[in-house]
Ligand binder design. Structure first.
Ligand SMILES: [Zn+2]
Length: 64
């Protein structure tokens, strides 16, 4: 396996990592309750996905 010949300087490491940014998760609106939810995932607020309820809600508007 190839090995790096020199230690990467702190400036190079930091300037490379300066472009790492967290991006906001894309959300879709739940057709059942209208809450924002992750695509292709059962809604955390009502537990429904594609017209069926798959599990209990993790957190609903009433528990908060
Ligand atoms: Zn929902």
């Amino acid at each position: 396996m190839a090995l790096p010949k020199y230690k990467t300087s702190r400036a190079n490491t930091h300037s490379r990592r300066a472009n790492w940014k967290a991006s906001a998760a894309q959300t879709v609106t739940c057709p059942n309750c209208g809450a924002p939810t992750l695509p292709h995932v059962a809604c955390p607020s009502c537990g429904s996905f594609r017209g069926r309820v798959y599990r209990d809600a993790i957190q609903s508007a009433h528990t908060k």
